[in-house]
Design a binder for this molecule. Structure first.
Ligand code: MN
Ligand code: MN
Length: 293
């Protein structure tokens, strides 16, 4: 069971994330610079009383996840595109992780519906004792019945304080082995549907990072440890504080020593377009409380 404080933190993070979702729907439009969207939504998280639990992810078409604007990004929303906006908010380390897909120019509407329906059906099955493999089975079946493929190597995940991926994962396909969800645990479920192979691969680009070790030997690393703890951060967030050159050097050096972990931009193997839907919930005895809706 969760204590009242923890529950309130999860609920506050969730209600802020829900507001950001609504704002995202309004501002994702043809021609808008991605960096404007990232900055605007991240600022709103803070003005609403939360902090970003990770950089705003804005991933377009065959990019499935982990794109955030690098410093001075010139990319804009194309006239016809599926735009996935993935939002992370934390309050005292308790996280709401939620995502939606905006269709620009009416592309991929069926694909958007497929991931939304899979999420809706999955959430309906959640209660104390439900098996992760069963949830994966429902997501896979729903997406396949819509005529698409689920992405099998992206998953939902357990959430803990200041820990976005806290070990257990909820698959988007039926698995042979799994685990049981327990009352009081917080999870994110995130079905991805695609017209492609159903597998994502690392691209050669990374704009999101995470401190993997607490050995902070430089000013930049101490700043990261203090501001973001073990949560993911963007290189864009550092260039307001340090020079771009310094940031690039520090990231390059400490990624190579594995002090910093990088999250490469993930692309669909067959360049299929990708939709995503995601919510965070707390498992209850006979159901769940969706915090981010
Ligand atoms: Mn997410
Ligand atoms: Mn997630």
């Amino acid at each position: 069971m969760l204590d009242t404080n923890t529950l309130n933190n999860y609920r506050n993070a969730g209600s802020i994330a829900a507001k950001i979702r609504e704002e995202a729907k309004k501002i994702v439009k043809e021609g808008t610079p991605l960096i404007k969207i990232c900055e605007k939504l991240e600022k709103k998280i803070i003005s609403e009383g939360g902090k970003p639990a990770f950089p705003l992810n804005i991933s377009i078409n065959n990019v499935a996840a982990h794109y955030t604007s690098p410093p001075e990004d010139k990319t804009t929303v194309p006239p016809r595109a599926l735009v996935k906006v993935d939002i992370g908010v934390h309050v005292n380390g308790f996280i709401a992780d939620t995502a939606l897909t905006v269709s620009v120019g009416k592309v991929g509407l069926e694909l958007v519906k497929a991931s939304e329906l899979a999420l809706e059906k999955a959430l309906k099955t959640i209660k104390d004792g439900v098996k992760s493999s069963q949830i994966g089975g429902i997501i896979e079946k729903t997406i396949k019945e819509s005529g698409f493929k689920p992405i099998s190597n992206l998953t939902g995940h357990l959430l803990e304080q200041y820990n976005l991926h806290a070990g257990k994962t909820i698959p988007n396909v039926k698995t042979r082995i799994g685990f049981t969800l327990k009352e009081g645990e917080a999870y994110a479920i995130e079905p991805f549907a695609t017209t492609g192979a159903g597998i994502v691969e690392d691209s050669k680009y990374s704009y999101i990072y995470r401190l993997a070790s607490q050995k902070t030997s430089t000013q930049v690393l101490s700043h990261i440890a203090r501001e973001f703890k073990t949560l993911p951060f963007a290189s864009r967030w550092l260039v307001s504080k340090f020079s771009k050159k310094r940031v690039e050097e520090v990231i390059k050096r400490y990624v190579s020593t594995r002090t910093i972990q990088s999250y490469p931009v993930l692309v669909e193997r067959e360049k299929g377009i990708v939709s995503q839907a995601e919510h965070t919930f707390i498992v209850k005895k006979n159901g769940c409380e969706v915090t981010s809706a």
